[in-house]
Design a protein around this ligand. Structure first.
Ligand SMILES: *[C@@H]1O[C@H](CO)[C@@H](O)[C@H](O)[C@H]1NC(C)=O
Ligand SMILES: *[C@@H]1O[C@H](CO)[C@@H](O)[C@H](O)[C@H]1NC(C)=O
Ligand SMILES: *[C@@H]1O[C@H](CO)[C@@H](O)[C@H](O)[C@H]1NC(C)=O
Length: 543
């Protein structure tokens, strides 16, 4: 899925902060549960069938060397035994990620131990376990998890009390017709929201409380303290549709991004408006107004708060200065565009009026995105460097030299393979006289972390080497020629061959090189032989 890749890389900084990796740490018992205990060892062989047979399984993904796993191991064994005695339907299981790599990759395990509650065999919809980590706590938590996800109040008083004590958005079923679907949805989302089934008997009273006629309603999402704004489901009673609708409607009008909520924001295709704040007071001061704003733009824009003490780095990723707070910015992940209220003009943070105007301007297409760029190289710098340095501010001009084959290295400053390639890339550029006006082949590079540029190719690691053949077909969305990716060994001869083969001008770099060498009075070496001696694996650094 294109969008997922896009959003996860765009928000890599956020993910880095919120994901927990608990490698190492203190050690105690064995990470693997006692083989005589009731903990079930899962492998790729029995994983699916075991989960299908057991409706509620707490699964621990672990590594034998991980310190916190060693502490958990004995507790996990004890909890499994206790449950086996009193609640035999609740199972505890373990997956050793050092031997079951594929299973752990499939479940996107990022740190050890990771505990997931898996229901009805659906491991893709597993919830992260966030309960205690000692045996009694685990047992209690799992017993609670086994209780029905849907609450059925027995009297109007109970219902009213339940509605009033909710602190998060919750879901109501009225005129219950499709209990089965409601129960399934409730099971999937029980960690996040309360699900309440309302008996017909209380419909009238509830309708009065919410200010709605509920005779024809089926499902409602209600936000605490905003009862009159309850959303009514109008689609068909289908599991997937209802589930999606709940996801949209339960997003708070002005919520915070944190470990629990970031996934729901990331999986939404809507642009996100961020209010970065330093103190709870700063957040409180705008809370009511930004809630109104979120309501006004429901379904078009997600408005969120972000604690800059925790997520300051993300401000940099959207081209804002994390030192000038509060700040307000909009990120359109799908279009890869970022917009921010000018921080020079609002050093104390933007007022609510400024924010409202800004969002209005955003939807009227009046804003200019903030584009991150390194400075454009000077004439001296261009002359001194055979590799043409691309930055956001010269990128389109240079990429627009349609009569030339352009070969670009997209790199990140921290990437080791990129550094290793640098001397070869320079040699390549010298061969084509890449920085001169009459060069047919331009060898270029760009620090992709410091420059916002469009690439009509999904970059998944650094370095990525793309050739844009002269007069090639233009990608509609970006206006840039469609590139061809280089996937061979990253050494000179292979690169020369690639330019000759894939470039539109068929420039023979080996010939140019031989000529250069002759001119320099050097012996012509057989570069091909060198190439064969190089048997290095082609690797991409991770984003
Ligand atoms: C689980 O409980 C059953 C029934 O009491 C018992 O037969 C079995 O030995 C128990 N399993 C373990 C691993 O303790
Ligand atoms: C922000 O405002 C200042 C002062 O008006 C202006 O000089 C600067 O160019 C603006 N910055 C951006 C990114 O528009
Ligand atoms: C490239 O140049 C053409 C013609 O000069 C122009 O119409 C087009 O907008 C330019 N594209 C970019 C991406 O700058």
């Amino acid at each position: 899925m294109q969008f997922w890749k896009y959003s996860t890389s765009a928000l890599a900084t956020l993910l880095a902060v919120v994901s927990i990796t608990q490698a190492g740490g203190p050690a105690d018992g064995e990470a693997a549960a006692d083989p005589n205990s009731a903990v079930v060892k899962l492998t790729s062989e029995n994983f699916a069938s075991f989960l299908e047979e057991n409706p509620l399984v707490l699964t621990e993904f672990f590594a034998p060397w991980c310190g916190y796993c060693k502490i958990l191991g004995p507790e996990f064994s004890k909890a499994a035994d206790a449950l086996n005695e009193s609640y035999p339907k609740i199972k505890l299981a373990q997956v050793d990620c050092t031997t079951e790599e594929a299973l752990c990759m499939e479940h996107e395990i990022r740190g050890y131990p990771t505990l997931k509650i898996i229901r009805d065999g659906d491991s893709k919809k597993a919830e992260d376990y966030q309960g205690p980590r000692e045996h009694e706590g685990i047992v209690d938590h799992m017993i609670k998890q086994s209780l029905p996800a849907v609450q059925v109040p027995e009297s109007w008083d109970d219902l009213e009390k339940l509605v009033e004590e909710q602190t998060k958005p919750f879901v109501l079923q009225v005129n219950s017709a499709a209990d089965d679907i409601f129960n399934k949805v409730a099971n999937l989302k029980r960690k996040n929201f309360a699900f309440i089934d309302v008996d017909k008997e209380y419909l009238k009273q509830l309708g009065e409380k919410l200010g709605k006629d509920l005779q024809k309603a089926e499902y409602l999402v209600v936000h605490p303290k905003q009862l009159a704004d309850a959303a009514v489901y109008e689609g068909k009673a289908e599991l997937e549709k209802l589930s999606e609708w709940i996801d949209v409607e339960t997003v708070p009008y002005f919520g915070d991004i944190d470990r629990d909520t970031y996934m729901s924001y990331m999986s939404s295709p809507l642009p996100i408006a961020y209010y970065f704040y330093k103190t709870p007071e700063e957040r409180e001061a705008v809370s009511e107004s930004l809630s109104k704003l979120g309501k006004k733009y429901r379904g078009k824009l997600n408005v969120v708060g972000l604690d800059a003490n925790l997520f300051g780095r993300h401000a940099e990723a959207i081209n804002m200065n994390p030192d000038i707070l509060p700040l307000f910015a909009i990120q359109h992940i799908e279009e890869n565009k970022k917009y921010g209220v000018n921080q020079t003009e609002h050093p104390e943070g933007p007022s609510v009026e400024v924010i409202e105007q800004f969002v209005d301007d955003f939807f009227n297409g009046k804003l200019t995105p903030i584009i991150k760029s390194e400075p454009v190289p000077t004439a001296e710098e261009i002359a001194a460097n055979p590799v043409v340095k691309l930055v956001a501010h010269n990128y389109n001009d240079i990429m627009n030299k349609t009569g030339k084959d352009i070969f670009v290295k997209y790199y990140a400053p921290w990437c080791g393979h990129c550094k290793k390639l640098a001397p070869t890339w320079e040699e390549l550029a010298e061969i084509y006289g890449s920085n001169t006006d009459d060069a047919e082949v331009i060898i270029a590079d760009i620090d992709h972390t410091a420059n916002d540029v469009d690439v009509p190719y999904e970059i998944q690691g650094y370095p990525t080497l793309l050739i844009f053949p002269a007069n090639g077909e233009v990608d509609e969305k970006t206006g840039i020629r469609k590139p061809i990716v280089f996937e061979g060994q990253r050494e000179l001869q292979a690169l020369l061959d690639f330019v000759k083969e894939k470039g539109a001008l068929k420039v023979d770099g080996s010939e140019l090189q031989a000529k250069l060498k002759k001119e320099a009075g050097e012996k012509v070496e057989d570069v091909k032989e060198d190439a064969e001696n190089l048997k290095e694996e082609v690797e991409h650094d991770e984003l």
